[in-house]
Design a protein around this ligand. Structure first.
Ligand SMILES: [Mg+2]
Length: 387
């Protein structure tokens, strides 16, 4: 088989919401389709993926560099050993030709969108759901379901506390048993009131995590840590700048509860540095790297290996995401879980209707690939891109 064409389309995110740092209303996503020369049911087999939520499309980078390099490669330079699919590592190396080390940024998302589309293509060619192919390739016993929590808890301009409680009740009604809310967008005193209000609805503090979205400096991160220590929350996420490892290290010395970070680290080297200098504690703290933001599954697999080599369990990895691609990856690699964004970040956010939520955990559907075509809001975009 060979690749005939790779297409990209920037699509808008439906999310007029705000955390402590960014408003998502202007965010876009790169939807990528890799068209193969294999014809089934009268149509070419096409691999589809996108990068991730909370960033911007990388149309220029994709067209001028990464798709262009793959288009120039000879079919035998991309083919796997059996000749029946694409070797994603070979494709990764071709995409990264003449790219300097470090300075990962948007490049990491662009490459990820293509690399993940190749995984979707390989799974479709093999006729299996992506999680099964991933489990086979990485030698993992896949989980049946992915523990999931409802990520939200936003700030509202009016009746912020009352609406926060309504939002949490809404997630409970949908069947979610764990939750995450934003902090850092108000004063410390107001945020403590908000946490107490959310806990009044949720009950168990071990079912509520908080996310500062990288807002705090070290003294503020520590002040929040001290103020929240008594709650016994599930975790305290991204207190400071994602690359401020000293902040994490200093906070870990005074905050005995679980810390979480990593969604804005885009390479294995950055994760190495978090492990070396960030004070992360095996058996306690959580990593949240997102394969869609960090070069795809190949680099993500190296991050998992780095964690395990340093004594962490892969169950301490809860990738940022909240969509079908993350679901298949978490299940296929046997990770701890991931998030869900009920009602926001359409059309890429959320899970397809054939994914079932039961006891706070989601199971993927059984269609080949990541099952993105099963999402009614995303399917028209895929149909248009692949027509
Ligand atoms: Mg976060």
């Amino acid at each position: 088989m060979r690749i005939v064409e790779i297409r990209e389309q920037s699509i808008p995110l439906q999310a007029n919401i705000q955390n402590s740092v960014v408003n998502f209303a202007e965010h876009t996503v790169s939807l990528v389709a890799v068209v193969s020369d294999v014809i089934r049911d009268g149509r070419p087999v096409v691999g589809v993926a996108f990068d991730s939520i909370g960033r911007f499309a990388q149309s220029g980078l994709l067209r001028e560099r990464f798709i262009a390099r793959l288009a120039k490669a000879a079919p035998e330079d991309l083919s796997d050993d059996a000749g029946t699919g694409i070797d994603t590592e070979k494709a990764f190396r071709i995409m990264m030709r003449n790219e300097k080390p470090g300075g990962h940024g948007d490049r990491a998302h662009a490459v990820a969108a293509v690399e993940l589309a190749l995984w979707d293509l390989n799974a479709k060619l093999a006729g299996v759901p992506a999680w099964r192919l991933i489990a086979d390739r990485f030698g993992v016993t896949a989980a049946a379901r992915m523990p999931v929590y409802a990520a939200g808890g936003y700030y509202y301009p009016e009746d912020s506390v009352g609406r926060l409680q309504d939002e949490m009740r809404g997630y409970q009604d949908l069947g979610y048993t764990s939750f995450k809310m934003k902090i850092g967008g108000a004063s410390l005193a107001e945020d403590m009131t908000r946490i107490e209000a959310a806990l009044a609805v949720i009950g168990d503090a071990k079912c509520l995590a908080v996310d500062a979205n990288g807002r705090f400096d070290t003294p503020t991160a520590i002040a929040y840590g001290k103020a929240m220590a008594g709650f016994g929350l599930r975790w305290y996420e991204e207190p400071g700048d994602p690359l401020d490892y000293r902040l994490m290290d200093e906070l870990a010395k005074v905050y005995d509860e679980t810390l979480a970070t990593g969604e804005n680290l885009f390479s294995c080297r950055d994760v190495d540095n978090l492990i070396r200098y960030g004070g992360m504690r095996p058996g306690r703290d959580l990593f949240q790297m997102d394969p869609g933001l960090s070069y795809g599954l190949g680099e993500f697999g190296r991050m998992v290996a780095a964690m395990e080599q340093a004594g962490f369990s892969r169950k301490q990895l809860f990738p940022h995401g909240g969509h079908n691609i993350a679901l298949h990856i978490v299940v296929g690699l046997g990770l701890g879980g991931s998030e869900a964004y009920p009602g926001v970040f359409a059309p890429v956010g959320g899970y397809a209707p054939d994914c079932t939520l039961e006891g706070g955990a989601i199971a993927p559907g059984d269609k080949p690939g990541f099952g993105l075509e099963q999402k009614p809001d995303l399917a028209p975009y895929i149909e248009k891109l692949t027509a």
